[in-house]
Design a protein around this ligand. Structure first.
Ligand code: XIL
Length: 373
């Protein structure tokens, strides 16, 4: 009897300990659950540019290059801070179509495909740049002595192949880039009049390129893109006249890209007001507006210059945020380590949001704040 009762009380103690342990586990489980519930109910933190832009229904993008993707900092920032990317060079004619259509394998899609894959695996939009441009054209086109008709066939086939390859991947294309001179007349280029496919016919070759691109991917948004057309001036007047004409005749033009490669001189109330007014007149045509190649180059790295740069970055970002038709703010690269500026503008640099050590600059904070406001 005694033995049995001892055994009973032993079992009771065991049960009690088990129950307490179970209770403790339950309490921990409930607390963990309610903590994660609280986390999921809390408003999303906008600690990246991407999160801040998403709350605004704007894309924040950057030009990117595949050769830097294996730098850990580069790919970590690209994949987390941005919701869109555009190949800096890899979709340009010279790189994507380096060989004549008469030889086997005229296209080289690999470099741009690497960026397309990166965009896809990081849930980013992909923007295409650019189908018709007077720079970065391969020698086989430049030195081919083609007739106007042959050149038209080459360009049509190029647009068809590239746009088809990226159909359903590229959501928007810069179809034609930089076709106007500063005075608003047509730029003399291989595509326009040297020998060109539309000499003397003004914007007709741009219309043709848009129609070819639209035929290849009717879902892609088609853009005309240019620099120094941010404010109201002769060049933006000419682009505006073209866009108005195209909208009236239902030519497939969906938007305008404003490159926005600027210096600190751009930080002037009249200039900024003119940029806002310019965006507004294009918006009234029913066009989507993208800031496509934003960078603010500096002549020195003084604290004053970096502060002024941050202020201007914030102001330009705010222009897009305040304009409902503006749907993308894209910088031309994101780290000063890999910016095109020092090569193209003597003794200028430090134009982007991260410095050459991948540290965020005050420009980054200013863009973030303008998006989060
Ligand atoms: C630049 C690239 O950043 C450079 O790497 C390249 O050597 C030349 O082109 N306007 C444009 C972009 O539309 O394609 C240019 O990109 C910068 C100016």
């Amino acid at each position: 009897m005694k033995i049995i009762s001892t055994r009973h009380s032993g079992i009771d103690t065991l049960c009690f300990v088990r129950k307490v342990a179970l209770l403790v586990l339950c309490v921990i489980a409930v607390q963990t659950n309610s903590a994660s519930l609280k986390r999921s109910q809390a408003p999303p933190k906008s600690n990246t540019l991407r999160q801040a832009a998403e709350a605004r229904h704007i894309l924040i993008g950057t030009a990117a290059a595949p050769r830097y993707l294996d730098e850990a900092d580069y790919s970590a920032i690209l994949g987390s801070e941005f919701s869109e990317l555009e190949p800096e060079n890899q979709m340009k004619f010279q790189i994507i179509h380096p060989r004549s259509d008469r030889v086997a394998g005229p296209y080289d899609f690999k470099p741009a495909d690497a960026l397309a894959d990166f965009a896809q695996s990081h849930n980013m939009r992909l923007r295409g740049h650019t189908l018709v441009w007077h720079n970065q054209i391969p020698d086989w086109v430049k030195q081919g002595h083609y007739t106007e008709a042959q050149l038209a066939t080459i360009l049509q086939s190029h647009i068809h192949s590239v746009v088809t390859h990226y159909a359903s991947k590229v959501y928007a294309w810069d179809v034609v880039n930089e076709a106007f001179k500063d005075d608003g007349t047509m730029r003399d280029t291989l595509w326009y009049n040297q020998p060109g496919i539309g000499a003397g016919n003004g914007t007709e070759y741009i219309e043709q390129a848009l129609r070819w691109a639209h035929a290849a991917d009717p879902k892609a948004k088609l853009f005309y893109n240019d620099y120094d057309a941010e404010v109201v001036n002769q060049k933006s007047d000419a682009i505006y006249a073209m866009a108005k004409d195209f909208k009236q005749r239902a030519v497939p033009l969906d938007g305008i890209g404003f490159q926005t490669h600027v210096t600190l001189q751009f930080d002037n109330p009249d200039t900024l007001a003119s940029y806002a007014a310019n965006l507004e007149r294009f918006a009234k045509l029913g066009l989507e507006l993208h800031i496509t190649e934003l960078d603010i180059r500096l002549a020195d790295s003084s604290a004053a210059s970096l502060t002024a740069q941050a202020k201007l970055y914030g102001e330009i970002t705010a222009l897009c945020v305040q304009q409902p038709a503006c749907k993308l703010i894209q910088t031309w690269g994101f780290t000063d380590k890999h910016s095109w500026i020092p090569q193209f503008y003597k003794s200028m640099g430090r134009a982007l949001l991260w410095d050459d050590k991948y540290e965020k600059k005050s420009a980054y904070e200013a863009v973030h704040q303008a998006l989060a406001k």
